[in-house]
Design a protein around this ligand. Structure first.
Ligand SMILES: O=C[C@H](O)COP(=O)(O)O
Length: 253
């Protein structure tokens, strides 16, 4: 059983969810199923996040109240800006509302200016689409490197700082989230925040929203500024929202 406060917060989390399928094997039928799940009994999720090949299909399947997010330079975070530019232009012309860019995080230590320029270049090709920058914090190893990544992305004009691809050993953690939120707060709390990777339970998800409220203010985590990137948390959040039996804690993950 869940209480009223948890149920209310679960509803708020659904409206902030980027419901994700970035599985190595993903078919049009999988994306169609994701689009269907995105219209939950407790209201729509914020966005679905899918591979670029499916953007046009998903845009036709979904109501316009749900955004289509896609990934570029994903998951490797390479430094071929021209290739990423081409991917981004195609995704935007196919109807993507949001672009999740993996920054060239391996260039940060030697040349943070490269990453800033990469972000600025991709942002300029986004048109109406929002640009979320994936910092891949699990590969940055210390706090100073994560702060450098934040500065490069913010200076390049990112609309969001996102922790992780979900494809490396360490994904979103409260410690890395805190650093991103501190930098967002320092920059005026206008840029969005998206923890992603490994978020499996209502408690995981709500913990990140609480952290955002604590660091950037209670008014900060609107659906425009706070998103959760997750492939496997919706059923648990829905169970909390509706007061029904939860799908078994961490078993099976
Ligand atoms: O961007 C989102 C991540 O790829 C999702 O990771 P996950 O499958 O661990 O939820």
């Amino acid at each position: 059983m869940t209480d009223g406060v948890e149920a209310r917060r679960a509803g708020e989390l659904i409206a902030r969810l980027d419901l994700t399928n970035l599985n190595e094997i993903c078919t049009e039928a999988d994306v169609a199923a994701l689009c269907e799940k995105a219209e939950t009994p407790e209201g729509p999720v914020a966005a679905i996040c899918i591979w670029p090949d499916f953007v046009g299909f998903a845009r036709r399947e979904l109501s316009t109240r749900i955004k289509v997010a896609t990934v570029v330079n994903f998951p490797r975070g390479g430094d071929d800006v021209d290739a990423t530019l081409a991917e981004t232009r195609k995704a935007v012309s196919d109807g993507a509302d949001e672009i999740d860019l993996v920054i060239a995080y391996e260039r940060l230590a030697d040349d943070p200016g490269f990453v800033e320029a990469q972000v600025r270049t991709i942002k300029a090709s986004c048109g109406h689409a929002k640009l979320k920058t994936i910092l891949e914090t699990g590969r940055l190893f210390d706090e100073g490197a994560i702060r450098t990544a934040c500065h490069a992305a913010l200076s390049g004009g990112a609309d969001f700082l996102k922790t992780s691809t979900g494809k490396v050993e360490v994904n979103a953690t409260p410690a890395s989230a805190r650093i991103l939120l501190e930098e967002i707060g320092r920059a005026g709390a206008t840029v969005g925040f998206k923890p992603a990777g490994g978020i499996r339970t209502f408690e995981d998800a709500d913990g990140y929203m609480r952290l955002a409220e604590t660091i950037c203010g209670l008014d900060y985590p609107t659906p425009e500024r706070f998103r959760l990137g997750a492939s496997s948390v919706l059923a648990d959040i829905l169970a909390v929202a509706t007061g029904t039996e939860r799908p078994g804690g961490l078993a099976g993950y």
